[in-house]
Design a protein around this ligand. Structure first.
Ligand SMILES: Cc1ncc(COP(=O)(O)O)c(C=O)c1O
Length: 392
């Protein structure tokens, strides 16, 4: 009997080591990883550079708190700013914390300017921003809010993709629009570049901040460092996590300087956020993503993956209704129950994860090759064929 909270339905597979895109059980059975610990391990397992970075960081100071200068943290903040819209960074340990910081920063910005009623945030149905009390309110999913008292107020939920709905809901109390450029948990739902540009435009016109949650779709996942760069826009605030630490807990809230400057001593904090170990890894991750060949490799693999998924859909039109996603954040809207499908794939040594709207979500490590994609497609093909037989 486990001594853990029963918040997860866990498989009893027990992975003890990993190598590249494969995980190995205690009995040395190998599994192809197409979920990366839910979009985290972008360099797969046992990456030589990350392992040696962590080992050498472990020989220095592990933790000192944010009451002291942390060289690695300063460096990571500077490099994130050099490579994004941002001018200022707050580090924390997870995606939910990064979004919390983003929400607080937006509210505090208007508070500081004397616009104290400007606290409301427009959010989108199907969104997922984390599991803290603030982020479940922002997500608005009733199942996640149930049983936890009055939700934090100030979040207005509308259907995404339609700028007119956004226009209709804007009033003088709206402080920000919060959106995942691609909804991950919600079902790998991609918002168009045009919609993101419209949001940028409408927020600018109405004195509203644009907050992007790139916790899942950021850090190279779509073939650019950040997903919003496809739309050629700049947000005011952005939350990131997952890939930035590639398995070491690290998140960050990035913002323009004039917005971040409201977050003065006492407004926010984190004991661990941006600690030397996490930031040493973050720096190495960023350096590796920005190496000249890396993102082109992700884009090439993405094109190949999407071509293969399209072919699979043509082969099983009754089982696959839609291929979704961008880059190596892909989804198949399927007709068989997705949890059962994920389990069947797992039995055949392919690890994936479900998402909303009965979507099979594929989040492979960004280092995958065409051979890995072929292997995954063959396994999926086999399982779809099984389900097709069953449907007859
Ligand atoms: C878009 C998005 N935001 C926030 C979160 C929350 O991140 P964490 O679980 O690290 O708190 C997630 C996690 O899946 C996510 O996908």
């Amino acid at each position: 009997m486990s001594s853990l909270f029963a918040t997860y339905i866990r498989s009893n597979l027990d992975f003890v080591r990993g190598e590249g895109a494969y995980l190995f059980t205690r009995d040395n059975e190998s599994y192809l990883d197409f979920f990366s610990g839910i979009g985290v391990n972008i360099f797969g397992y046992n990456d030589e550079d990350l392992v040696s970075t962590l080992k050498s960081a472990a020989n220095r100071v592990w933790h000192i708190s944010n009451l002291y200068h942390i060289e690695e943290q300063e460096k990571l903040a500077k490099n994130l700013c050099l490579n994004s819209f941002a001018e200022s960074v707050f580090f924390n340990n997870s995606g939910a914390e990064a979004v919390e910081c983003a929400i607080k920063t937006a509210r505090r910005f208007f508070y500081d300017r004397g616009e104290k009623n400007k606290t409301n945030i427009i959010c989108f149905k199907g969104a997922f921003h984390g599991r803290t009390l603030g982020t479940i309110a922002a997500g608005g999913n009733k199942n996640y809010l149930e049983g936890f008292g009055e939700p934090l107020s100030g979040f207005r939920h509308i259907e995404g993709g339609n700028i007119e709905l956004v226009e209709q809901i804007i009033d003088e109390n709206i402080a920000a629009i919060l959106i995942e450029p691609i909804q991950g948990e919600g079902g790998v739902r991609v918002f168009t570049d045009e919609f993101l540009r419209e949001l940028r435009e409408i927020s600018r016109k109405n004195n509203i901040l644009l907050i992007l949650d790139e916790v899942q779709c950021g850090f190279g996942r779509t073939g650019k460092l950040f997903a919003h760069q496809w739309a050629d826009i700049e947000p005011d605030i952005m939350a990131v996590a997952k890939g930035i630490g590639s398995g070491f807990p690290l998140g960050a809230c990035l913002a323009k300087k004039n917005i971040a400057k409201s977050m003065v001593p006492g407004t926010h904090g984190s004991t661990y956020g941006g600690n030397p170990l996490a930031c040493a890894i973050g720096n190495k991750v960023l350096e590796k993503i920005l190496a000249p060949d890396f993102l082109p490799h992700v884009r090439k693999s993405s094109t190949y993956l999407h071509q293969q998924l399209q072919q699979l859909m043509q082969k099983f039109p009754h089982l696959i209704l839609e291929v979704r996603g961008r880059g190596l954040m892909a989804g198949l809207k399927i007709t068989p129950p997705v949890n059962e499908f994920v389990q069947s794939l797992r039995k055949n040594r392919l690890l994936t994860v479900g998402a909303g709207e009965n979507v099979l979500r594929l989040l492979p490590p960004l280092i995958i090759s065409e051979n890995h994609i072929d292997e995954a497609i063959n396994i999926m093909d086999k399982i779809f064929a099984k389900f097709a037989k069953r449907a007859k």
